[in-house]
Structure formats: C-alpha cells, structure tokens
Design a protein around this ligand. Structure first.
Ligand code: SF4
Ligand code: F3S
Ligand code: FES
Length: 248
C-alpha cells in the first residue's frame, strides 16, 4: 500500500543551503533513492544526486539519512514508519558541490599516496602462487565499493578537516593492510602506515566497521593487525638497535 512520506532534503551548494520539506508518494518495496528520483521527476528537476548502479555495488549514492551514513539505494523505505520525517543530507566529511553531491576527491588523492603492489623482481604474470588462506584474506578487503561511508564516519576527519593531510582513513588502512598481508608483496609499508597514513591517529572506535555496507571488518581484520605489525617492528630489539646506530 502506498502512502505520502515527509522528506526533508538539504538543498544548496558550497556557499550554503538549507533543508527543504517535501511530501512525496511512496510505493511498496521502494528505497530512498526511488523517492529522490520521484522528487526529481515531479517536484525538483534540478535536485543533484550521484548514483549509478542502484544495486549497492558502485558506491556512488552515499549520503546521510536521519544523520546516519547510508547508501540511498540500499536503504528501504520500510525502515521508517509512515509518519516519520526522512531527512537526507550530503556526506558531512567532504565539501558539498551541490545538494546531495559532495567532492570526494580527497579519497582519490589518498589512494595515489599508497605505493602500489611490488612483486619480487623477475616474477612474471602467471607465475604467482598463493595459499588459499592468503587469497581469502585479501578478498575481504577487495569487496570495498569505495562508497567512502567509513571515511565520512571516522571522527578523526569528520569534525577535524585539519587532520585530513595526515590521515588517510579506514578505506586506505584496508588497502595498506591488503598489500602488507600479501605474500608476494615485497615492500614494507609499516613505517609509512604510521608516519604518512596516520594509523596512530585511529583510536579503534570501530564506527567505520559499523557503517560498511560490504560488512568488511575494517577495524578487527585490517587496522588492529596493522597496528600490531607496526608495534612488532618498532619494538623489535634488532630494528631498535639498527635505528639507534643509524641516528649516531
Ligand atoms: Fe565503503 Fe566499506 Fe569500502 Fe569503506 S571499506 S569505502 S565503508 S565499502
Ligand atoms: Fe576511525 Fe575506524 Fe579508527 S572510525 S578511529 S578509523 S576504528
Ligand atoms: Fe550504486 Fe547506490 S547507486 S551503490
């Protein structure tokens, strides 16, 4: 059975904006993105929203619904009661371009800072051999759809724009962990993780894990093991002695 929902949508651009109220029909089985599309089709043709797959796989439609970071296409209208006001706002951690569309280029800049996969010299394509357990470990991290909901949620940058240069964020901690745990990768990224990517700024609040639509255990399977590896390296007596001698 259909009903009219009350939507409150942030409209504006980099210079500012405000929430605007709409009453809009909802049909059974619809998701929030369907309602945003109906708003575009019937009341607000200039409402900006980024989306692509409508299947939870492209990571484009990230926004905040009633203050919670969510994918618009994966949030069912049945989540809300019929008399509940549904408030849709852009991601808070990134600059607004217009309406629900934010500039997430920060994440692509961070991605470029991570050194790429470095196989042993002389190993050609087709010669890679890995244990299944190692394949499965990195497969979890490869499920990332780059929705950046984890980045948007992490308090280290959500309320502190000034931390951004020093903090790559949870999405890129899983990328570093994936490479660090790869048995054929020869680069050592432990110092870089701590010094350049800001692993030390993470205080394991686990909010990133809670919002990940792919269910990646970002904190338990990537961040904590990376922190342990950094500590192992720093307090390894041979590494400690080597660093001490180098400083002389
Ligand atoms: Fe999105 Fe999860 Fe990837 Fe973060 S780790 S960008 S929440 S899919
Ligand atoms: Fe941020 Fe996740 Fe760490 S939310 S503080 S990166 S555990
Ligand atoms: Fe692709 Fe929502 S439109 S994840």
């Amino acid at each position: 059975m259909g009903y009219d929902a009350q939507f409150r949508v942030w409209r504006g651009d980099a210079d500012g904006g405000a929430l605007q109220d709409y009453s809009i029909p909802v049909n059974e089985g619809e998701v929030v993105l369907d309602i945003i599309h109906r708003l575009q089709a019937t009341q607000t043709p200039d409402l900006a929203v980024r989306w692509n797959c409508k299947a939870g796989k492209c990571g484009s439609c990230s926004a905040e619904i009633n203050g919670q970071p969510r994918l618009l296409c994966m949030t069912r209208m049945s989540t809300f009661t019929e008399d509940e006001v549904v408030t849709v706002t852009p991601l808070r951690a990134f600059p607004v371009i217009r309406d629900l569309v934010t500039d997430v280029s920060f994440n692509y800049a961070k991605a470029r800072e991570i050194p790429s996969f470095t196989p042993p010299p002389g190993l050609g394509p087709g010669e890679y051999r890995m244990q299944q357990v190692d394949v499965e470990r990195s497969q979890e991290f490869r499920k990332c759809i780059e929705c950046f909901l984890c980045q948007n949620t992490c308090h280290v940058i959500r309320d502190h724009d000034d931390n951004k240069p020093a903090f790559s964020g949870p999405r890129f901690f899983i990328r570093v962990a994936e490479l660090e745990m790869h048995p054929l990768d020869t680069a050592d990224r432990r110092d870089a993780a701590q010094e350049e990517f800001g692993l030390g700024l993470c205080n394991i609040t686990k909010c990133c894990t809670e919002v990940c639509p792919e269910g990646i255990k970002i904190t338990d399977n990537a961040i904590i093991p990376m922190k342990e590896r950094v500590v192992d390296r720093r307090y390894d007596p041979i590494v400690w002695l080597g660093n001490k001698l180098r400083r002389r």
